[in-house]
Design a protein around this ligand. Sequence first.
Ligand SMILES: [Mg+2]
Length: 191
Amino acid sequence: MKEYRVGLDIDGCVLQTYEPFLKETNKRHGTNFKFSDMTSYGVDKIVGITVEELIDIFASIDDRDSPLCDPNCPKVIDNLRSEGYIIELVTAHIPHKTMLFDPLLEALDNYKINYDLITFVDNRSNTVKGQMASLFDYMLDDAPHHIMEMGVYTKAILYDAPYNVNVDIPSVWARVPNWTRLEQLLLDDVK
Ligand SMILES: [Mg+2]
């Protein structure tokens, strides 16, 4: 059986980190922003905060408060692994200020995300994920700028979000609205 390497972004694809982010932002500023309001990837501008505060809020949230983007995600990962796919998480996740990555690993564990490998990349670089793309047969991400770079080297799959639905990305291989569709797409592609 040929093994296919699948690179998965965490934030906005596996864990819905925008939920605790918006909760904290709304608490700090007395606002009522919802995920559906995030119609541009520059969410700092949408909610009216600086990039520094955005980073500060992301670094303050507890990953265990992030729900799954799709409740089917753990099952789909298990199914794909049983079909010979290697599942690697690639993330520029901002570590928690005091607890580093432990809450994230615990959240993945709590949700029974059975990945093969996790790689942390520098969150100050916008290009490092794109540079890694040639290592993978497929990569999933929700950020338009990452998909744009990845698509040159691999089959780049965009996970639907309000901030990417209206963005035209020539190098995108496919778009998926949920994990069930992602599973079908990958299994059908190698038939
Ligand atoms: Mg993301």
